[in-house]
Design a protein around this ligand. Structure first.
Ligand SMILES: Cc1cc2nc3c(=O)[nH]c(=O)nc-3n(C[C@H](O)[C@H](O)[C@H](O)COP(=O)(O)OP(=O)(O)OC[C@H]3O[C@@H](n4cnc5c(N)ncnc54)[C@H](O)[C@@H]3O)c2cc1C
Ligand code: FES
Length: 253
């Protein structure tokens, strides 16, 4: 785990007010795995006090990207960064996706900004497996396709792609999913992850999900990020240390 004052290369604004922050940080890019995250101190001043956690969105050589929208004070500051500014990075943190398992097709399921960890996962899977991406959002503005492969989309209001949520979309495509041995990789709002857990158990699909909660330290000290475990041996796990990626069968989302 490193703490690095890393230079900002640039901020790229995608459609729909989604930002990519490109950061030069070989300490992170040398070892980070898809699904792991970094905890970012966005400002040199005391405010905002707490670091903000972000999945690593993609890695290119010694650079990595974060993907976010302007949500509160921290992301507002990040969006205004320029070449020559620095950000204080703590990472790599948490456990990433297990993508080298025995399966033929990776099914990416993303809701809104849950798209963030997948460009890097898809890059690392490479051509070893097939990849199908199922992406959902409330409206067309919330559908993020950056870095995705073989995309099928759903929106709640029908303004883009299938009308319905992304779980409805998976049910519509169940024959495609049953054609090969699949593993689902997911990230998105908790309601989506809960429904996806039920869907995966019902259809006997393997599924790992990146979960989110408010965090402080990011590495297991403050105990501020508990998630209920389904295993009898341990009542709670920590999202930052034991996750953020979990087998959906192991946790109560
Ligand atoms: C492991 C992990 C990975 C993440 N990856 C990404 C990512 O790749 N891209 C991205 O945009 N966001 C990501 N997030 C969420 C991100 O950390 C928060 O959105 C961020 O802290 C917002 O900072 P802010 O200062 O802009 O907003 P704040 O001022 O911190 O928050 C504004 C409001 O949102 C609430 N809030 C803040 N964070 C969360 C949260 N995690 N869950 C629920 N409510 C919250 C606050 O209580 C407050 O009311 C991730 C979170 C975790 C735990
Ligand atoms: S954020 Fe401190 S223990 Fe998880």
């Amino acid at each position: 785990m490193f703490i690095v004052e890393a230079p900002v290369e640039k901020v790229i604004e995608l459609d729909n007010q989604i930002f990519l922050l490109k950061i030069h940080c070989p300490e992170i890019t040398r070892s980070i795995k898809p699904g792991q995250f970094v905890n970012v101190r966005v400002s040199e001043t005391i405010y905002p006090l707490l670091r903000r956690p972000f999945s690593v969105c993609d890695v290119e050589g010694e650079y990595f990207y974060l993907m976010f929208n302007v949500f509160g004070e921290g992301t507002k500051i990040l969006a205004s960064k320029h070449f020559g500014d620095t950000v204080d990075i703590l990472g790599p943190l948490g456990n990433g996706f297990n993508f080298n398992d025995d399966y033929e097709t990776a099914i990416i399921v993303a809701g809104g900004l849950g798209a963030a960890p997948f460009p890097y996962l898809i890059r690392e899977i490479g051509n070893d497996k097939n990849v199908l991406s199922f992406i959902g959002g409330k409206t067309y503005r919330d559908v993020i396709t950056h870095g995705m492969k073989n995309i099928t989309m759903a929106t709640d209001d029908g303004s883009l792609g299938f009308k319905g949520n992304v779980i409805d979309l998976l049910n519509e495509n169940i024959e495609v999913l049953n054609k090969s041995k699949i593993k689902i990789f997911a990230c998105g709002p908790n309601a989506m992850l809960r429904a996806l857990k039920d869907f995966s158990i019902k259809n006997n699909f393997e599924c790992e999900a990146s979960t989110e909660c408010a965090m402080a330290c990011g590495f297991g000290i403050c105990q501020g990020c508990p998630i209920e475990s389904t295993k009898n041996s341990e009542k709670y796990l920590l999202v930052c240390k034991d996750g953020p990626v979990f087998n959906v069968r192991d946790v109560i989302i």
